[in-house]
Each structure stands twice: as C-alpha cells, then as structure tokens.
Ligand binder design. Structure first.
Ligand code: TXA
Ligand code: MG
Length: 380
C-alpha cells in the first residue's frame, strides 16, 4: 500500500439508502479487502477501518494516525458468528457465560469486550502482542453493512490523528486524514459522540478499562451479581472528579498518561469540585477568573461550558457550548466538536467546566481530564 499522498474518496450515504449492495458500500468493502484504509461512522465516533487479519493493512492504520503501535485496536464485527472465530476456544465457562449476558444486553452497541484471543485469528499488530482481543458490534447500519459486505473482521480505532479529539463527523475525519487513507463513508454526525465502554471479562468479574457510551450503572444493572472493578487509572480519576471527597493525592499522576489524548493545541485545564452545592455553583466564577488572568497575560482565551452557563463569560474570546447539564447525553454528543473548535479559533488558553459524574458524565470527565493532560483545578 502506498504511503504517499493519495486521493481520498468520499461517499455520502443517507440512512434510508444503506444496503450491503449500495455501490459506495461495495466499493469501500472492496478497498478494505485489498488492504486499504476506509473510515466509517459508528454510533460512537468514526472509525478508521482495515482488515484485522492483515498485518500490512493494520500497519497502515498506525502510520495514517501516527499512533504508537503498542496501543491495541478494537475489532468490529457485524454478526455473532464472527465472534466465535476471534476468541479462544478455551475460555472458562463462567467467563463465556458472562460475555454472553453482556452481549445479550448491549450488542449491537457501545460496549467493547476484551476476551482471550484465538491464536492466529487477527494480526498480532491488532492486539499489540497481547493474549486478548477487544471486540465490539457497532449499532450503526452503515458500519454493519460495510463489515458484512467486506466479510472481514475490521480493526478500527477512532479515525483521528493520534492525540486529537475523536471524529464525530466525516468533516473531522477529512481534516485529520485526507490524503492518507483510501476513503471516507459519510453517514452524518454520530449519535453518542464518545467512544465505546471497554471492559475486560475475567475470572474475577469485569474490569472497566475505559468509560464510554454504556454507563457503569447500566453495566451493574445488566449483571448485578458480577463484581465490577475500575482500572487503576480510572480509580485515581474518580478520586479527583466532581463531587468526590478531597483525597490526599487526588490528581492522577503519570501512569496511564502515556498517550496525549483528545487535546486541543492550547493549554487546557478542567475545573472539578467537592461534594458541596456551593463548590459546584462556584465553577463558572472560578473559570471566568482564570480566563481573565490569562487574558491579562496576553493569551487568547476559550471556555468549554454548558447551555445553562453560556452567558457567564462576556469577556472570553471563544465559547464552546457543550450541550446541557440537564441532559449530559447532549454534552457527550457535542464534546469532541467543542474541543476541536478551540484549534479552529486559534485559542491559547482553555478552561473546561467539569460536569457531574452521573451517567455518561463519567465518560465526559474522563475525556476532559485527558484533554487537559490532568491539569485539574479543584474547588472545595
Ligand atoms: O467507540 C469506539 O470504541 C471507537 C469506534 C470506532 O468503534 N473505537 C475506538 O478505538 O475508540 P480506539 O483504538 O481509539 O480505542 C481502543 C481502546 C484503547 O483504549 C485500547 O487501549 C483498548 O481499546 N484496547 C484494545 N484492545 C485491547 C486489549 N486487548 N486489552 C485492553 N485494552 C484494549
Ligand atoms: Mg481513539
């Protein structure tokens, strides 16, 4: 596959026109079969797809994204039968049964399961040499039609340049990857707006590796008898999150910060707050004060806020309104476009208001803390 600049095809496909034999979907599927890279929408974010069995195709993903190759990829499937070919035959019965229950509750949908991999099922570049593979079945007709038409398991990370916010529109993908990939299927803006939840299925229950479109509460409700633990990085984040009691060493430290993520070019910080209502209500004033200070230092300023607080920032250069605090699914949907808007506006200093750790708020705070490289300003 050529690494040189190539012409990136764009197919725009309306939802009512999605069929496996749509000419655009067929062409995209053929390119995937040839080892080329094609971006496509899922319900979470746009993915950058490649044949998961082909090492050269998967190497193309890492090259196009500029992604460190020790960070493994999610394999996307369209049918239950495809899962059988991907996972080990020797999974203990209890783990197999737990996976089945989660699949029955959440697939197709934004839940990725990490399971023991069947040796040889996918390129070792997909799993980064691990003995597990991450698999999900996206809940998007275009993604499912493409995977079926290709007849392949499709490795697909988010279709952004490494470190940038994930793409929620075809435009975002083109901004990052045009000239580097064979094609982009445009199915309009994604609905969830944040990546899938990633859980490892193990003998001691579930370990949450990344919060996302399926909330922790939804997982607990689906398998109430199963222990759910947080990966160490997520536990540290929870301690530093809005509403948490002050901890000795609340802010997450270096481990888990290996990859810069979701970050705008400007210096960003995020405001969190203690359990009291007074602390929560002080957030816009603190944000405005930090922004005024930065402005006095001659920096261009931007704030990530919510509809309810949009009129609290009369002197800020760029206001990104990230949905409503009353319905955090709207904030999830808007988050990555809001983060990208700071770069478009050339903003040098950014403050993001934290949101409550309720429902998808956990995933939003996870992304905000990473985007801020864990520069956290806490109000008590
Ligand atoms: O919503 C999503 O999941 C999107 C869309 C395109 O499906 N994909 C996505 O992929 O977010 P990516 O590559 O940006 O994130 C994959 C995540 C990473 O956090 C990676 O470390 C984790 O899944 N992961 C993949 N394989 C793993 C494995 N075997 N063990 C543990 N974590 C794994
Ligand atoms: Mg990603």
């Amino acid at each position: 596959m050529s690494r040189m600049t190539k012409k990136t095809k764009l197919w725009t496909i309306e939802e009512e026109d999605v069929r496996e034999d749509h000419p655009g979907i067929l062409e995209a599927a053929e390119l995937l079969k040839l080892g080329e890279l094609v971006a496509f929408p899922t319900e979470t974010v746009y993915g950058l797809g490649a044949d998961a069995r082909s090492t050269s195709a998967v190497e193309g993903i890492y090259a196009a994204k500029g992604r460190p190759s020790d960070n493994p990829l999610i394999v996307h499937i369209a049918d239950r039968a495809q899962l059988t070919g991907l996972v080990s035959e020797t999974i203990p019965a209890a783990e197999r049964e737990l996976a089945e229950r989660l699949i029955a509750s959440f697939w197709p949908g934004p839940l990725t399961l990490v399971l023991p991999v069947r040796p040889g099922a996918v390129s070792p570049r997909v799993t980064a040499g691990l003995e597990t593979v991450a698999v999900r079945m996206p809940d998007h007709p275009l993604a499912l039609a493409l995977i079926r038409a290709a007849g392949l398991p499709i490795a697909a990370p988010s279709a952004n340049r490494s470190g940038r916010p994930s793409p929620t529109t075809a435009r975002h993908v083109a901004d990052d990857l045009a000239g580097k990939i064979a094609g982009i299927l445009d199915g309009g803006p994604t609905s969830v707006g944040l990546e899938s939840t990633v859980v490892a299925v193990g003998s001691r229950g579930l370990e949450l590796l990344r919060p996302g479109g399926v909330t922790q509460q939804a997982l607990r409700d689906a398998v109430p008898d199963v222990p759910l633990t947080l990966a160490p990085e997520l536990q540290r984040q929870a301690d530093a999150s809005p509403g948490a009691q002050q901890q000795e060493q609340a802010a997450p430290r270096a481990p888990g910060m290996k990859y810069a993520h979701y970050a705008p070019q400007g210096e960003m910080r995020v405001i969190t707050y203690g359990p009291s209502t007074a602390a929560r209500d002080a957030v816009p004033d603190r944000a405005a004060a930090l922004l005024a200070q930065a402005k006095r230092r001659g920096l261009s300023t931007g704030v990530l806020t919510y509809e309810e607080h949009a009129d609290r920032y009369p002197d800020v250069d760029h206001i990104a309104i990230c949905g409503s605090l009353r319905d955090l699914s709207t904030a999830a949907h808007r988050l990555y476009d809001a983060l990208r808007s700071f770069d478009q506006a050339g903003i040098e200093y950014i403050v993001a208001e934290g949101c409550p750790m309720e429902g998808v708020g956990e995933a939003i705070m996870n992304r905000l803390m990473k985007a801020a490289a864990y520069r956290i300003e806490r109000i008590d």
